[in-house]
Design a protein around this ligand. Structure first.
Ligand code: UFG
Length: 339
């Protein structure tokens, strides 16, 4: 299959390109490198021994996007491209709605004009807002998102579902990710946050290599086993593999499908710190601070549907998530550009 991967040089995109290439698919990467670097393409090629067809393009440009689709004649699309910083989205909502929504519209129009009928969309557990109970299954109501980033995911899901509704031969997989962390075992690709990391594991990784003094633990008074926030951390390689199985499902003309991609296991912030300490061999300094606004106490998936319908199950545990994260961080203390 020839697959167009938008945002292919990002964290999840790059790991998915590796899995696609390893499985014998052809990959067309479209990325404007606004939050990544083309150096990732070389790393993906090094890992797989295969070539990526790459375009530097902003997908909001409809004419240029269409031209790529006309030239490449792909069989399917995995759409990762988009802005993803929760905090930034609160301060720049219009930019988030503009970029995230218009890029999807541009891609779907190009798919429609060139007869491409299979789309995997990179969604998030954030579409569930503040769920009333755990674990979260796909029938839980969506809505009540607490920031513009999350609302773009919710709106895009709705836009795509409406498109699917009138285009009966269109196949759409909405994949709702929980908390992807870790890196490829080679240490060649991984997550490089822009500026001060917002997310837990990228922050711990920078503390581990001495770039930051200590981690702030946002609250220890939640109703969880140790009072700190509980999340469903999933190894990015497991997540990437879920996309391949979703593509297979689309090929069988499934119409609209929605899957949670998580492990079903919740770890607290302190659990993750201790797992990371084990991976790097020394202690991670931290201090307990007040809660972060907008956070919920716990969030973890019911991953049963993905197992039953895709045959997908997360294989890696928290140990390999932390080990691979630390390996990548040690190999790239300053990101991809400056080694
Ligand atoms: N945390 C800290 N200190 C930090 C960073 C995070 O204690 O420096 C805690 C948070 O309070 C939370 C947990 O670590 O309890 C995980 O926080 P992350 O920021 O890593 O992840 P979130 O669950 O808040 O956010 C993730 C994705 C978002 C998505 C959201 C909801 O990063 O894109 O899940 O699905 F919107």
């Amino acid at each position: 299959m020839k697959v167009l991967v938008s945002g292919g040089t990002g964290f999840i995109g790059s790991h998915t390109m590796v899995e696609l290439l390893n499985a014998g698919h052809e990959v067309v990467c479209v990325d404007d490198y606004s939050n990544s670097t083309p150096l990732v393409l070389g790393e993906v090629e090094k890992i797989t021994g295969k070539k990526v067809i790459a375009y530097k393009e902003n997908l909001c440009d409809k004419a240029k996007t269409l031209a790529i689709f006309q030239k490449e004649k792909v069989d399917a699309v995995i759409h990762f491209a988009g802005l993803k910083a929760v905090g930034e989205s609160v301060h720049k909502p219009i930019m988030y709605y503009d970029v995230n929504i218009n890029s999807v519209i541009s891609v779907v129009e190009a798919m429609s004009k060139t007869g491409v009928k299979n789309l995997v969309f990179s969604s998030s557990a954030t579409v569930y807002g503040t769920p009333e109970s755990m674990p979260i299954n796909e029938n839980f109501p969506t809505g009540g998102t607490t920031n513009p980033y999350g609302t773009t995911k919710l709106f895009i899901e709705k836009i795509l579902m409406d498109y699917c509704h009138v285009n009966k031969d269109f196949n759409l997989a909405l994949l709702r990710y929980f908390n992807p962390i870790g890196a490829h075992e080679s240490g060649l690709i991984g997550e490089v946050p822009n500026g001060i990391p917002n997310n837990l594991v990228p922050y711990i990784a920078q503390v581990a290599v001495g770039q930051r003094d200590k981690l702030s633990v946002f609250g220890d008074d939640y109703n969880t086993h140790d009072g700190t926030g509980v999340r469903d951390y999933i190894h990015v390689v497991d997540l990437a593999k879920g996309h391949l199985l979703a593509l297979k499902k689309l090929e069988a003309n499934c119409g609209l499908v929605v899957y949670n991609l998580g492990t079903g296991i919740g770890y607290s912030v302190l659990d993750v710190i201790h797992a990371y300490e084990k991976a790097c061999g020394f202690s991670i300094p931290y201090e307990i601070c007040k809660r972060r606004e907008g956070d919920i106490g716990e969030c973890y998936a019911d991953p049963k549907k993905a197992l039953e319908e895709l045959g997908w199950k997360a294989e890696f545990g928290i140990e390999s998530m932390c080990e691979s994260s630390y390996k990548f961080q040690e190999m790239h203390p300053n990101g991809f550009e400056k080694k």
